[in-house]
Design a protein around this ligand. Structure first.
Ligand code: ATP
Ligand code: MG
Length: 551
């Protein structure tokens, strides 16, 4: 389906900068999405992806996918591949613009040499602890490193020897020479290169010095001709150094950094560190566990890319910190699923209903609509017979007056079929109900125009003889906001309920991974992509917002 989201009314302050900077030539806009391949992408990244690619599309510009792979210790090709898959699935295309920061390592090195030659960088022998100590605090200025006045020749010699592997990790750093008394700590001679004898997923063992993020990122943007480098608010204080780096060289255009507040959701902890800890501890079934707010998890859960993009577009983008109610994301999802999903009969927790006055060997085929909201989806036939399955909680032996489903002496409609009147139950030796008995009224067939009397409830069913066994996973949030706990949340112990004895109508054996279903009264479901031929359905979302926190 064509991607309709324009992002025209999202983040107006950013649109204003772009129009101001590019004058009439908006198609010169170049943006990028720059993930570090140290984990799977999450819903927060979806905001950044859809906005950066969306803006480029809106203005006829271009958006690059660039892996910011400057920290070899935490990065991995598994993450590179998952990120590519996720960006594509969300509906965005980087065309031939797939880049890796590690492809620029030579260029970063040359730029560092140039800085040394301009007396704007020096090799420092202070340890990491000492660097921290010399840096000062927000209220006190820093102290200059005793190595700051090294000659250009000595710096060049030492930097080259750092590169050739002469020194152990941590022995020396290359630092920019700016201002130790700057009120902005990021400008106090920041480290721009560190020694790390580490294997890199892309460059192998070629390098044993690696550039720091704050130095590499502006250069990556500048090298690719990015005009607007859109990032999250925590980089605001780093902007002076970003500008310092790009203006030391002759880049045209010179990229401009613009920050916005992170996209956050209630009852949701984002951040790769947290998500990775869930994966590593085995609390979830991998990065694509359907409860994970990763793109891979949302995909396996059954979310549609359209619903995620729409949520990203409609929740706006600003400088002000805010948290979006996750119910809004779920609303966008339901709105999208409503018209796309086939409405089917599936009983999650079955109990047998026997229609005692229906002939034993009779079977009927009844016509039902595939989606009452979308007649284009057509109709299909469902089987009806003497023995059916209904939801256990659609029956109550001692029902209160307000219970409009099945109870002794009460009459309900069976969806798409007949009225049935409950006449009694059968119990086992322990007193558990094993069958509900009823009689049906042949006059009341759905679509026959019967008007003799009305019933208050309609319940769904699956014909026992035709039923197919299935399983269903019902999900809740992994974490729940809790102002009382030190981190502001607690883990939800009941985030997964496995229903292993479900029955579904036979048409569901033909379900494919991309199909979405509405199981009447139980929510939206899709086939689990890791079901391996078994009929396992994931609940994407319930039909109504009905969130209740656990105890
Ligand atoms: P995290 O720590 O949450 O995994 P990150 O910022 O370390 O995120 P990166 O791979 O460095 O992850 O981020 C790639 C891009 O995604 C960056 O431009 C970053 O600003 C943006 N981004 C990350 N989290 C969010 C979020 N919650 N909302 C919007 N953009 C985000
Ligand atoms: Mg990061």
């Amino acid at each position: 389906m064509e991607n309709q989201n324009t992002f025209e009314n999202t983040g107006s302050f950013i649109h204003n900068y772009i129009k101001e900077d590019l004058k009439g030539e908006l198609n010169k806009l170049r943006t990028r999405f720059p993930p570090e391949p140290n984990g799977y992408l999450h819903i927060g990244h979806a905001k950044s992806i859809s906005f950066n690619f969306g803006l480029a599309k809106l203005y006829g510009g271009k958006c690059n996918l660039r892996f910011d792979d400057t920290n070899p210790v935490k990065e991995d090709v598994e993450y590179v591949n998952s990120i590519k898959e996720d960006v594509k699935w969300l509906g965005f295309d980087w065309e031939d613009r797939l880049f890796f920061a590690s492809d620029y390592f030579d260029k970063f090195f040359e730029c560092a040499v140039e800085l040394i030659k301009k007396d704007l960088a020096f090799v420092c022998d202070l340890t990491a602890d000492e660097v921290r100590e010399y840096r000062g605090t927000l209220n006190t200025p820093g102290k200059e490193s005793p190595y700051r006045s090294r000659s250009i020749e000595e710096n060049l010699d030492l930097f080259n020897r750092m590169k050739s592997g002469e020194f152990p990790d941590g022995a020396r750093t290359l630092r920019a020479k700016i201002d130790m008394s700057s009120p902005n700590i990021n400008m106090r001679d920041p480290v721009i290169y560190r020694i790390a004898h580490a294997h890199h997923h892309n460059t192998g063992d070629k390098w044993c010095i690696y550039p720091m993020y704050d130095y590499a990122h502006p250069l990556e943007d500048a090298i690719e001709g990015i005009t607007h480098s859109i990032c999250t608010l925590e980089f605001e204080d780093h902007r002076p150094f970003y500008d310092w780096v790009v203006s030391r060289f002759d880049f045209d255009p010179r990229p401009r950094q613009i920050e916005f507040a992170k996209f956050l959701l209630t009852n949701t902890i984002l951040g790769k560190r947290f998500l990775k800890s869930l994966v590593d501890s085995g609390e979830v079934d991998g990065w694509d566990d359907p409860r994970m707010m990763t793109i891979a998890g949302l995909r396996r859960r059954g979310y549609t890319p359209e619903s995620i993009r729409t949520c990203c577009e409609q929740t706006g983008l600003s400088k002000a910190h805010s948290v979006t109610d996750i119910a809004f994301l779920e609303h966008c999802l339901r709105e999208d699923l409503k018209a796309k999903s086939k409405v089917v009969m599936a009983v999650l927790d079955p109990i047998k209903l026997v229609i005692t006055n229906y002939p034993e060997d009779k079977e009927e085929l009844l016509e039902v609509e595939n989606n009452p909201e979308n007649p284009e989806m057509g109709k299909r036939m469902i089987s009806f017979s003497r023995e059916l399955y209904i939801e256990r909680d659609d029956f109550m032996e001692d029902a209160p007056a307000k219970f409009f489903r099945l109870a002794p002496g009460k009459e309900v409609r069976l969806k798409g079929a007949y009225f049935v009147l409950c006449t009694g139950v059968v119990k086992d030796e322990n007193g558990n109900i094993t069958e509900v008995h009823c009689t049906y009224d042949p006059e009341t067939k759905s679509g026959s125009g019967f008007e003799g009397r009305k019933v208050k409830g309609t319940i769904h069913f699956v014909s026992a003889k035709h039923a197919v066994a299935a399983k269903a996973n019902l999900y809740d949030y992994l974490t729940i906001d809790d102002p009382e706990s030190p981190d502001g949340y607690r883990k939800n112990k009941n985030s997964l309920i496995e229903m292993n004895n479900c029955v579904v109508e036979p048409s569901l054996t033909e379900a494919t991974i991309t199909d979405r279903f509405q199981f009447i009264r139980n929510g939206y479901f899709c086939l689990d992509s890791k079901a391996n031929g078994e009929l396992i359905f994931n609940r994407i979302v319930g039909l109504k917002s009905s969130y209740k926190p656990d105890k």
